[in-house]
Design a binder for this molecule. Structure first.
Ligand code: ZN
Length: 287
């Protein structure tokens, strides 16, 4: 994976976990074994694909292509805080993940996460990235993890290899252009994946991150329900699927952070949750 000199220097200074990789020994990942989901809905597989109503989980709404606010290459990204030394083998870690942005509600979410010193992972749609590079830079500066969610929110599991490659590589380029960071994680839209997606992801250096807890926030735009579902289902080591394109989801986050903090939870990025390099192409659903 090509990186600029500036990015290398930034890596050396910041020792950023997710984007620069670890020096620690590779271990065999086991999280993608066919374990039963612990969340409210079946994880690892799309719960939205079968949904009968609306335009579920649509990462493209409200976005006009070519509305880029800033097209200047970012060769000197703001350095994020140092990765924390949280040991998720011992701490009660949870990874909140936000899909389909960045969009307008993302800005408020970033304020909320900052108030609670919580970190999260953003699985972003490439064409939204091109519209809101300012939000990516805020995410990076706050220590959040930037990750790939395809370019057009495509159903990758039903796409030929060339399309899968184009969707993922375009988004890699968009995120790198905006921030200097090359992601190491992807999440297939709708959880739709197959051997082709795994193979292309492997070639692009992307581990596949699915989820453990799905509060169906895209379907029920009801903050209280989303809060209750997350609070009921979350256990240490879980990955929670949320969407930062819905104001109702963003409004649920303060209560989720307060209540889980009171139970001793630490909010970490997906890479912090595992604390070791993840294997490109492989699927992960929880720690
Ligand atoms: Zn999505």
């Amino acid at each position: 994976m090509a990186r600029t000199g500036a990015f290398h220097r930034w890596c050396a200074a910041a020792a950023a976990l997710s984007v620069c990789g670890w020096l620690s020994t590779l271990q065999t990942a086991t999280a993608d074994d066919a374990r039963a989901p612990a969340g409210l809905a079946a994880n690892g597989r799309d719960t939205t694909r079968a949904a009968p109503q609306g335009r579920p989980h649509d990462g493209t709404q409200g976005t006009a292509p070519g509305r880029a606010q800033d097209t200047a290459p970012q060769t000197a990204p703001a350095a994020p805080p140092r990765p924390r030394k949280t040991d998720c083998k011992k701490a009660r870690c949870v990874a909140l993940t936000f899909d389909d942005g960045p969009m307008a509600p993302t800005a408020k979410l970033l304020d909320i996460l900052a108030q609670h010193q919580a970190r999260a992972t953003f699985f972003m749609v490439g064409r939204n990235v091109e519209s809101r590079p300012d939000l990516l830079r805020r995410e990076l500066a706050a220590g959040h993890e930037l990750a790939n969610h395809s370019y057009t929110h495509a159903d990758l599991g039903r796409s030929p290899a060339a399309k899968v490659h184009a969707e993922l590589s375009r988004t890699q380029a968009a995120i790198k252009h905006a921030t200097g960071v090359t992601p190491t994680l992807m999440r297939p839209p709708y959880g739709s994946t197959d051997g082709t997606v795994a193979s292309v992801s492997r070639r692009l250096g992307l581990a596949q991150i699915l989820w453990t807890v799905d509060p169906l926030d895209w379907k029920d735009r009801d903050s209280r329900r989303v809060e209750q579902r997350v609070l009921r289902a979350t256990k240490p080591g879980h990955i929670v699927l949320l969407h930062d394109i819905h104001p109702s989801t963003v409004a649920a986050v303060p209560t989720i952070l307060k209540r889980l903090s009171a139970k001793g939870y630490v909010f970490v990025t997906v890479s912090e949750l595992y604390g070791r390099p993840l294997t490109p192409g492989k699927k992960y659903i929880e720690r």
